[in-house]
Design a protein around this ligand. Structure first.
Ligand SMILES: Cc1cc2nc3c(=O)[nH]c(=O)nc-3n(C[C@H](O)[C@H](O)[C@H](O)COP(=O)(O)OP(=O)(O)OC[C@H]3O[C@@H](n4cnc5c(N)ncnc54)[C@H](O)[C@@H]3O)c2cc1C
Length: 421
């Protein structure tokens, strides 16, 4: 990872973004481009982070291209995913070739630290942008019922205060900003949890993702940049303890029973539980995303599941929609940005995220089937869907069109400082 220029914390700014994940890093960059004074604080000292999603959906690849990130993405390198194949109980039931969609871009795999680094590096060219890693949000500064800034804690334990006209909570699915703002979240655990790990990708492996299911157990195998396979495996809810009690060898054998190709790869490369990452899966719906002087975006505002790999895609769309709203509100109001300014943003983005969660739950329900009859029905359904003559037109609507961003929002998000005045 190339070194990032980082900055000291000023006493005040127009916008304080808490969290330098995909949502916070991109927002910092787009606001800085528009001439807004923005400070992004991130609790981690560097960009290396726990195992995270690396798949970027096709519509987001198009969006990032239009926002000018194409050359930096190509310079770093990524892996294009050509499609997805689904096998159930040993039979191929469904295939999508992403190259047949009219979108003009394939989904890509790129490590999340690299993606975030690209956003931060672009932002670092603006003197009105500061990125301050190793600095965690601690509490809000509130006056007269409005949010006016935040108290932060540095790695050395020292505290600092920063005043801002808007605090943006982009601090992920366990958002501390959300809690501090008393914005309640309805947390709904999914029926199953998730374990992920990486393996080296053999030379002959294709570039399509594969979902391999046997009854209610499955592995998702995604070719990942530069030369890995990223594997996701479902577990019963709170089933990690039981799995570990059975031993690591039993775990490897269980995965090989679902997809025998992974057996030898795991024996050579996966040696202990330390090589795996556990993810508790839940969704969080937040009835109110904003207060005077504060707004939530990304996972903090509405947490989806990793199913169908949509989190980064959704975070990017939140940012594209929020950027012009924030810039305009700063220009047209004084003091803390009023919550009312975010009413349309919240409504549009919530509707989209709710739809995505609905599709995720449908997919999860299909994957959790166990009885022989239910499995036969599942296979038949996917086969029927696969054989529909208008399959690509239909899927394009579900997969691509519903995720696309209004071109007006995109143009507005892409404005440079000179055109804002
Ligand atoms: C195992 C796994 C696999 C996934 N697979 C995919 C995938 O393939 N494709 C996809 O699109 N999505 C995937 N996702 C979801 C995706 O990673 C998230 O939806 C996305 O990262 C959300 O971006 P965000 O910026 O809102 O939040 P985050 O990425 O969670 O970023 C939040 C940031 O805030 C920082 N932070 C937290 N608390 C504080 C604090 N108090 N002070 C300062 N900073 C703080 C964190 O360190 C972090 O950097 C996956 C998630 C997981 C866990």
């Amino acid at each position: 990872m190339s070194a990032l220029s980082t900055n000291t914390l000023p006493d005040e700014t127009e916008v304080l973004v808490v969290g330098g994940g995909p949502a916070g890093a991109l927002l910092g960059c787009l606001l800085a481009r528009r001439g807004v004074d923005v400070v992004v604080v991130e609790k981690q000292a560097d960009l290396e982070r726990e195992f995270r999603g690396e798949s970027l959906a096709g519509p987001s690849v198009v969006t990032l291209g239009k926002l000018g990130f194409g050359p930096a993405l190509r310079e770093h390198g990524y892996l294009e995913t050509s499609g997805i194949n689904m096998r159930m109980e040993g039979r191929t039931v469904f295939q999508i070739d992403y190259r047949r969609f009219p979108l003009g871009a394939l989904p890509i795999d790129i490590p999340q630290p690299a993606l975030i680094g690209i956003f931060h590096a672009a932002a670092a060219t603006f003197p009105n942008h500061a990125y301050v890693p190793g600095t965690a949000f601690s509490s809000l500064i509130e006056e007269d019922g409005e949010v006016r800034g935040a108290v932060l804690k540095r790695k050395d334990g020292s505290r600092a205060q920063i005043r801002a006209r808007l605090v943006v909570g982009a601090d992920g699915r366990f958002s501390k900003v959300r809690k501090a703002a008393n914005l309640a979240a309805d947390i709904q655990p999914m029926e199953r949890d998730f374990l992920s790990f990486k393996l080296p990708r053999p030379a002959h492996w294709g570039d399509a993702a594969e979902l391999v299911a046997v009854a209610d157990k499955h592995v998702l195998v995604v070719p990942t940049f530069p030369d890995f396979l990223r594997i996701g495996h479902n577990l019963p809810k709170r089933g990690l303890g039981d799995l570990r009690a059975q031993g690591f060898e039993a775990f490897r054998e269980g995965i090989a029973a679902i997809d025998p190709r992974l057996g030898p790869l795991m024996r050579e490369n996966l040696n202990s539980w330390d090589d795996t990452s556990f993810l508790e899966i839940f969704t969080a719906q937040v009835p109110q995303w904003s207060r005077d002087g504060l707004v939530l975006i990304g996972d903090a505002s509405h947490t989806c599941t990793p199913i169908l790999g949509q989190g980064v895609n959704l975070a990017i769309q939140d940012v594209v929609c929020a950027t012009p709203v924030i810039a305009q509100a700063l220009a047209e109001t004084k003091g803390s940005v009023p919550a009312a300014r975010f009413a349309d943003f919240e409504q549009t983005r919530r509707a989209h995220k709710t739809l995505v969660v609905k599709h995720q739950r449908m997919q999860e329900r299909a994957l959790a089937k166990t009885s022989a009859v239910a499995l036969a029905v599942r296979r038949t359904r996917y086969r029927l869907l696969n054989s529909l003559p208008n399959k690509y037109r239909m899927l394009d609507k579900v997969i691509n069109a519903q995720h696309s961003i209004d071109p007006v929002d995109l143009r507005a998000a892409n404005q440079q400082a000179a055109t804002v005045a």
